[in-house]
Design a protein around this ligand. Structure first.
Ligand code: GLU
Length: 598
């Protein structure tokens, strides 16, 4: 997001920890944090150089990948507050080098115990709320899982206390950071919603307008909140003073007496209670696991649909015997496999999908059953129907409606010198969450519950993603770790709502099938086919590949300026690391390694 020059990173690094080691990000060791860094001894990739610098400092001071990931994540809560923070949730995937095993933490937000299927239906007229009305309300807020995730990750696999890992972020919040164009724009895009709440306007609309690029953004309330958590433990957010403030904000949205600008909807309170927060529980589901050629792909299981959808699509691609020589054919299959996987995910995947159905969806037999519909010379008409989970043939079932999701979130990838890896995607759902900063606490609440479908999307078939008591909404987040012959090969993830699945898949296609280098695979123009009539594509994708794909019958929808904001690390021979972030999307990301290759 912000590209800092080497000297700025050095100063920042020295400021973050009490005793910067000679190897900290300074002097000859510290190139500016740009989109690619190669070296060894550990690596961090995030969207933001401050967060990446914090993660690298933790690694340099003996911390492991989990310690660095948590410290970087807490920093992103300060510098990327519209994408993620302790008001939200996410999915943490961890590769333990010693045990050679992949574990996950499901820190997804959870709906109130009183939530019913009609949660987003206006009782006045029986119609679903408009998305914006549902989003900017108390109704959209789920019990947050992010802080519990950080605690569990550090306790299970880390070497440092959560209290110590919150300190660098607290310091960044206190001292402030420089506002860049992306940060300012994210506020500008949300100005009407932010302007309704005194607590949000005070922090992000100084003098009634977004802060100027180049100004210093501070968040002393968040610094205090982090320090309070460090002193009292995470219970303060799940049962103590911060919990009470969250519940008050949900039940009595802090609408300003004198709002800035107009908001066209009523701001509805929600029903989340102190009990809902107290009862919040992490889950530790086994990762999804599938094979692609000589690779084993580990992803996030439900309530995320990411692992299942990426695996199903890769399995379908594997049936086609694709090669780097025929790019059009590879992209044709990429788009068709995405559409088929989305049809199945929409029909079958939600928080409570039975394991036997998940297993079937990631099986080779299912991939063959779905792949047989693909015509190498002509695109399928979209939307394609989901497969019949009880059938074995190629017969299509009834047509389902495609469903969409928002676009916010952030992702980070960390590796340490011992070979442990963290792939972590976390979010507050929309950019800006539900637009309410908890008064006096400095963080935004999530609107994750709008990831539920407001009404059924599957015709007469059941919709797996309707609201229910204490239920978690389906996600698309796809933190992915890929092993080759049992050794780490690649870790990657991205934000982007439902496009997360296709972005992760496309980077894998680019790297593994088309033979691009990781930085090329990340930079390449993207397209997303989520079982809708028109492909959503970046302009460069349509210009480059559009004619050949259109000739096969693919249809493009309106261009989208950018898809995703990925981060990744590739593991090369003899402990080498290629850390990779976006060169330009979302303002460009920041990749760094502990020891740059000289
Ligand atoms: N809420 C979305 C999900 O869980 C992520 C939001 C985004 O990336 O924009 O899939």
């Amino acid at each position: 997001m912000r590209i800092l020059p080497a000297t700025a990173v050095a100063t920042l690094s020295a400021a973050l920890l009490v005793a910067p080691s000679p190897a900290s990000a300074g002097g000859s060791h510290a190139p500016a944090l740009g989109p690619t860094a190669t070296g060894y001894g550990g690596a961090v990739s995030t969207v933001d150089p401050t967060a990446t610098a914090v993660g690298l400092d933790v690694l340099r001071h003996g911390g492991n990948a989990v310690d660095a990931a948590v410290a970087a994540a807490a920093t992103l809560g300060v510098t990327e507050p519209f994408s993620a923070g302790i008001g939200g949730g996410g999915f943490f995937v961890y590769y333990d080098a010693r045990k050679r095993s992949v574990s996950t933490i499901d820190g997804r937000e959870t709906g109130p115990a009183t939530m019913r299927e009609t949660h987003f239906i206006d009782p006045a007229d029986g119609q679903p709320y408009e998305f914006a009305e549902a989003r900017v309300s108390g109704l959209s807020v789920g019990a947050p899982g992010t802080l519990a995730t950080w605690q569990a990750a550090t306790r299970k696999w880390g070497t440092k206390s959560l209290a110590s890992l919150l300190q660098p972020a607290a310091r960044v919040a206190d001292r402030g950071f420089t506002v860049d164009a992306t940060f300012r724009q994210q506020i500008a895009d949300n100005a009407a919603a932010f302007g309704q709440f005194g607590s949000t306007a005070e922090l992000y609309l100084p003098n009634g307008a977004p802060p100027a690029v180049g100004s210093t953004q501070r968040n002393p309330d968040l610094a205090d909140t982090y320090r309070l958590i460090a002193r009292q433990g995470i219970d303060v957010l799940y049962e103590g003073a911060v919990a009470r403030d969250i519940v008050r904000t949900v039940q009595h949205p802090p609408v300003a007496d004198d709002p800035i600008g107009a908001w066209q909807y009523p701001i509805r309170p929600g029903t989340l209670t102190l009990d809902d927060l107290k009862r919040y529980e992490l889950r530790f589901p086994a990762p999804t696991r599938s094979k692609f050629r000589d690779l084993t792909v580990y992803g996030m299981s439900t309530p995320s649909s990411g692992g299942v959808a990426v695996s199903e699509a890769l399995n379908i691609l594997e049936t086609a015997g694709l090669s780097r020589q025929d790019v059009t054919r590879a992209l044709h299959y990429y788009l068709e496999a995405s559409a088929l996987s989305f049809a199945d995910r929409n029909r079958y995947v939600g928080a409570y999908t039975p394991q036997r159905i998940l297993d079937k969806l990631v099986s080779d037999a299912w991939a063959r059953q779905r792949a047989c519909q693909i015509n190498p010379r002509a695109a399928l008409t979209k939307p394609v129907p989901p497969g019949d989970i009880n059938a074995t043939g190629c017969t299509p079932a009834t047509v389902g409606k495609p469903v969409e999701q928002g676009k916010s979130t952030t992702n980070l990838t960390v590796a340490d010198r011992w070979g442990n890896i963290v792939e972590y995607t976390f979010t507050i759902e929309q950019t800006g969450g539900n637009a309410m900063v908890v008064p006096g606490r400095g963080f935004l609440l999530n609107n994750e519950l709008t990831d539920f479908n407001f009404t059924g999307t599957q015709g007469t078939a059941p919709d797996p993603n309707l609201p229910g008591p204490g239920k978690r909404p389906r996600s698309s987040m796809s933190p992915t770790i890929v092993l080759q012959d049992g050794k780490p090969f690649l870790a990657l993830g991205s934000p982007g709502g439902a496009t997360i699945i296709t972005t992760v898949l496309q980077i894998l296609v680019n790297r593994v099938i088309l033979g691009m280098s990781l930085p090329e695979a990340m930079a390449a123009p993207r397209a997303s086919q989520r079982n809708t009539a028109g492909i959503q594509a970046e302009p460069a994708f349509r210009t480059t590949y559009g004619p050949a794909l259109t000739a096969l019958g693919h249809t493009f929808g309106a261009d989208t300026p950018e898809l995703g904001a990925a981060t990744a690390i590739e593991f090369t021979r003899h402990g080498g690391l290629i850390a990779s972030a976006e060169p330009t999307r979302r303002g460009g990301g920041a990749a760094g390694v502990v020891h740059p290759r000289r």
